[in-house]
Design a binder for this molecule. Structure first.
Ligand code: GKE
Length: 340
C-alpha cells in the first residue's frame, strides 16, 4: 500500500497519462511526488507546482540515478510514442526508449524502491492474432510466439522481459500493465502523435467549425479497436502496482468498435453528420484488437468499464475548448473559412 509520505517518481509526467497520474496522487494528498519529463515544463500537458518537477533526459544513466534517490514507488511512463501515424514513421525513436527503461531499472536495482511499474502496451501482441476485425480478444499469452508491432511493440516486449529478469535476478518488485489505447482530456490531439479518438474529435470539430462537412478517415473504417478512458487507466495502474501480480496484465477496455462506429459516436456528440473520405494508404496498424479481461477480473476482481460514449463526450468537450478560443486561428492554419 502506498503511504501518503512515501516518495513517488512519475517518469514521463509531462505526457498524457503521466500528467493525470501526478494530479491523481496530489488529489489523494500524497506529499512527495517527483515529476520528471524531457519536455520543457511549459510543454507539459499538465504541471503542478506542488510536485518536485524536473526536466531531465532519462535516456541518460546519471539522470535516472539522480531522480531515483529516496524513491519508494516508480511509475515509468516515459517513452517516445504516439498513435499509428507516429510509431509507423519513427521506429528507431520508439526503440530508443529502451535506454530509459534500462537505465531506470539499473537505478532501481541500486536504489531499491519498493515497487517499479513499467507501462507496456497492446502493441506487444503477435500480428497473426490481429488479422480480422472480429478479433478474438487478446489474452496475455498471445504475445508469444512473438511478432510484435514493428519498433514500438518490440521495445515494449523487450523491456517487459527486462522487468522480469530484474525481478528474478535482483528481487526488484516490477509490475507490468499492458495499456490498450488510452484516451481522454489533456492528451495530444494534433501534431502527429495523436491516437484515433483524439484525432477523430479534432477532425469533427474542424468540420463543424469550418462548415466543410467532410472527414478523412485512415483505412476503410472497418478496422476494430477497444479504447480505455483515462480514469480506468489510473485506477487499474494503481491496483496492479499494489497487487501481487508480477506477470504482464492486460489493462484495456473490452468494448470492441470499428473506427466507423467511433466516428458515429463523435458525430452524435457534435450533432453533425459528415461525408466520409477513406485514406486507405494511411497508417492503419493491425486489422482488429481487443482486450481479454478474464485474468484481471480473476486476479483483481475489477476491469475497465467506462463506456466509450461517456469517455468521448468528455474528450470531445475538452478538445473543443482547446480549439474553440482559436477558432479563427484554426481557419487560418487549416486554410479554411471559419463559420461563426
Ligand atoms: N491516429 C489516427 N488518426 N488513427 C486513425 C485516424 C486518424 O485520423 N483515422 C483512422 N484511424 C485508425 C488508424 O489507422 C488505426 O487503424 C486505428 O484508427 C487506431 O489508430 P491509433 O489510435 O493511432 O493506434 P493503434 O490502436 O493502431 O495503435 C496504438 O496502440 C496503442 C496501444 O493500444 C499505438 O499507436 C500506440 O499508441 C499504443 O501501442
Amino acid at each position: 500500500m502506498t503511504t501518503k509520505t512515501q516518495a513517488i517518481l512519475i517518469a514521463g509526467a509531462g505526457g498524457f497519462i503521466g500528467g493525470h497520474l501526478v494530479k491523481h496522487f496530489l488529489s489523494e494528498g500524497h506529499s512527495a511526488i517527483r515529476a520528471v519529463d524531457i519536455k520543457p515544463i511549459d510543454e507539459w500537458y499538465q504541471a503542478f507546482p506542488e510536485a518536485d518537477n524536473r526536466v531531465r533526459d532519462l535516456t541518460e544513466r546519471n539522470a535516472c540515478y539522480e531522480v531515483m534517490e529516496g524513491i519508494g514507488q516508480v511509475y515509468n511512463l516515459a517513452a517516445d510514442m504516439g498513435g499509428m501515424g507516429f510509431i509507423e514513421a519513427h521506429k528507431c525513436d520508439c526503440m530508443l526508449s529502451v535506454l530509459i527503461n534500462t537505465h531506470l531499472l539499473m537505478a532501481a536495482r541500486d536504489c531499491r524502491p519498493d515497487r517499479f511499474m513499467f507501462s507496456s502496451s497492446a502493441c506487444v501482441y503477435a500480428a497473426e492474432k490481429q488479422v480480422s476485425p472480429d478479433v478474438t480478444a487478446l489474452r496475455e499469452e498471445d504475445a508469444y510466439p512473438a511478432m510484435a508491432e514493428d519498433g514500438y511493440g518490440w521495445e515494449k516486449l523487450f523491456s517487459e522481459r527486462m522487468c522480469r529478469h530484474f525481478m528474478e535476478d535482483y528481487g526488484l518488485e516490477t509490475r507490468v500493465p499492458r495499456f490498450h489505447n488510452v484516451y481522454g482530456p489533456n492528451g495530444t490531439f494534433d501534431g502527429g502523435r495523436e491516437k484515433a479518438p483524439a484525432a477523430i474529435c479534432r477532425k469533427v470539430i474542424q468540420a463543424k467549425l469550418s462548415g466543410k462537412h467532410e472527414i478523412e478517415i485512415w483505412g476503410d473504417g472497418e478496422q476494430t479497436r477497444s479504447f480505455m478512458y483515462i480514469d480506468d487507466c489510473l485506477k487499474g495502474s494503481r491496483m496492479i502496482m499494489e497487487s501481487d501480480v508480477r506477470e504482464p496484465l492486460n489493462l484495456g477496455s473490452d468494448e470492441l468498435v470499428t473506427i466507423n462506429r467511433l466516428v458515429d459516436i463523435v458525430e452524435d456528440i457534435a450533432g453533425i453528420k459528415l461525408k466520409r473520405k477513406y485514406k486507405t494508404d494511411a497508417p492503419t496498424g493491425v486489422r482488429g484488437r481487443n482486450s481479454d479481461n478474464a485474468r484481471i477480473k480473476q486476479l483483481l476482481g475489477w476491469a475497465p468499464s467506462i463506456s466509450l460514449e461517456w469517455g468521448l463526450e468528455r474528450t470531445y468537450r475538452w478538445i473543443y475548448d482547446q480549439m474553440g478560443p482559436s477558432r479563427s486561428m484554426i481557419g487560418q492554419s487549416y486554410g479554411i473559412e471559419v463559420a461563426q
